[in-house]
Design a protein around this ligand. Structure first.
Ligand code: 1PX
Length: 210
């Protein structure tokens, strides 16, 4: 309770949000998706100001999506599937021309979710230093979509990451072994959200939205 009062939180709740995302019909619900992202952002913010440029961008993207969910067309933004259907109704060209669409914004978070999956896998296995795990995960996912200057800044920031032990501790799920076990349980759910989204966006040719 004291930890909660101090604004601390457990990564378990964050990962549970991604578990809640997927319905029996294999739809991805936007509300728990954004709730998971809000938790990740809080976590990132607690790591220090070197990561501000990353959390600012993530906050902007989550806010944009919250705006859609709370807007006049809110019912269309219940799931990623309904969002795609709704935004594609005006045609693919109109969707591509919009910089504030839910689809192009989710696509950015979706690519970052792949980073998260790889990062957590590396953190769980504990084979390398956190900064190395993070850099490898980044190079295998988001880096391909970022210009040189962003890649450079990200790589510099990664050097400031805490050690694996410190990471497992600030995740706040209990003893180290428990944190590792929790990662093992949670990673498949993130993988699930990722692959359903990937398939949805591929099916509608949305994987390269500008
Ligand atoms: C126990 C592990 C928990 C760790 C939680 C960390 C959460 C990380 C959240 C990262 C969200 C990043 C979203 C990036 C979206 C993006 O690609 N944006 C770019 C393109 O957007 P645009 O609208 O212009 O098309 C934008 O240019 C991004 C700029 C900011 C730099 C992004 C670097 C991403 C690095 C991701 C790794 C985070 C490292 C955290 C270390 C724990």
């Amino acid at each position: 309770a004291a930890a909660a009062a101090a604004g601390a939180f457990s990564l378990r709740e964050v990962l549970e949000a991604f578990q809640r995302c997927v319905t029996e019909q294999r739809e991805v619900l936007l509300e728990p998706y954004l709730s998971g992202w809000r938790g990740l952002i809080r976590f990132l913010q607690s790591l220090g100001t070197v990561f501000s440029f990353i959390s600012k961008d993530a906050v902007a993207k989550v806010s944009l999506l919250e705006g859609h969910c709370g807007g006049r067309q809110g019912q269309q933004y219940v799931s990623l599937q309904s969002m795609v259907r709704h935004e594609l109704a005006a045609g693919p060209a109109a969707l591509r021309a919009r910089s504030d669409s839910g689809c192009r914004t989710v696509l950015r978070l979706h690519r970052a979710l792949r980073w998260l999956q790889l990062f957590l896998e590396g953190l769980r296995s504990g084979d390398s230093r956190t900064s190395v795990v993070c850099t490898d995960a980044y190079n295998a996912s988001l880096a391909a979509y970022h210009p040189w200057v962003v890649r450079k800044a990200a790589t510099v920031a990664f050097c400031a990451l805490p050690s694996r032990d410190a990471f497992l501790e600030i995740m706040n799920v209990g003893p180290r072994e428990e944190a590792v076990a929790m990662l093992g349980e949670a990673i498949p759910y993130i993988g699930d959200v990722y692959s359903i989204t990937q398939e949805l966006f591929a099916q509608h040719k949305l994987l390269d939205l500008p």
